[in-house]
Design a protein around this ligand. Sequence first.
Ligand SMILES: [Zn+2]
Length: 296
Amino acid sequence: MLLLLRRLRLFAFLCFLCCCTLELVAMGVPGTSHSCGDGALPPTNLAYFDDMRKLHSNAIVAGVITEGERLAVVLDQTILHPQGGGQPFDTGSIEAVDGTIKFCVTDVRTKSGVVYHYGNYHENRVMEATGFEPGHEVKISVDGARRTLNSRLHSAGHLLDACMSNIGLGSLEPGKGYHFPDGPFVEYKGTIPSSDLENKRDALESEANHLIALGGQVRATVASYSEAAALCGGRLPDYIAKESCPRIICLGENLGCPCGGTHVLAISEIGEIKVSQIRVRKGVTKVYYNLPKSEA
Ligand SMILES: [Zn+2]
């Protein structure tokens, strides 16, 4: 029974925390005008699904989009993570393979399965007046320091949730997570008595750092529906289509969960976790945390 409760708990947590990217795929794109590459843009292949560590890759330009004052490049595939699932967007660059054009990516979003790389052409690197055209081959680069921090913060959220059951808080229902550097937290429906808050904070921090010390690999697997369900303890959230092949993330020996984000490859890469505060308000418990060894 305890195992079943734990499975259902992780299941619910993932639904909310990590699948915003997948949810966004189904949203519309109101008010978008296309300056080139008109017509329905094909869904962008999310290459970071297969390799979360890859910081350089090639791609083909599918279109260049204007949205008011904003400019976005759409590619056939990308290694830049769009904002979603409580994880911030990546930054980086898109450069012509011949070096004649460079586009600095300052924001990345997903709409209807298409990834929009927002930014501006580097002023000294546009030697062709029109910039990118559909069919141009380009090199993509990801800001490695930002990606690494976001992956560590995101993975720490997963790890903390695994620890909640271990310290006797498995009855709390997982809610949303916020894995941005400016105050990350994981949220739960339910409360902890105020007299227990400090003890639970200490226990949670201790358990998290214990699991980090134990180590283990973090695996991302795109599997058939039935295989994915097995990795997650036997069932998947209702929003995952039966005919789909979900991406499942497993931290060490913990049960997997559907997730569209980027993560560390080894639990030890999270580094030390500090649980700064557990706050209870209006029936909701928020666990605030940070990574003391983060440079950001
Ligand atoms: Zn995740």
